[in-house]
Ligand binder design. Sequence first.
Ligand code: FES
Length: 127
Amino acid sequence: MNAINEQLQWFDAGPVESIPKPGARRLRTNEGDIAVVRTSSGAVYAIGDKCPHKGGPLSQGMVFGEKVQCPTHGLVVDLVTGIAVSPDTGAVSTYRVRVESGRILICMVPQTAAAPCSGTCACAQAA
Ligand code: FES
């Protein structure tokens, strides 16, 4: 993983065109793997890669709409909120993403529905 600007905590996750529409790939970090997901509309999301059910790799799942289905047992996660779609339960962290000059930039501060971006991290202030 290449740092664009470590002070701002935005990391370069590579060219957006490296991920099929729709598709996903795994980004390895010291804090755990992140699934970087591109939808058929071209939107890019980043969520924790570990399924809330039994840890399946969401980056290997099927992407449809704004959701990804875990390949292990089929749990569906909303890419916007990181929350499992009912009737399943659980959630994964989400990460702020922006695409700039064809590169995917990810704020490495994880967020959850219960603890959304406080707006105080350097990324939020620089956005
Ligand atoms: S590990 Fe993902 S659905 Fe079971």
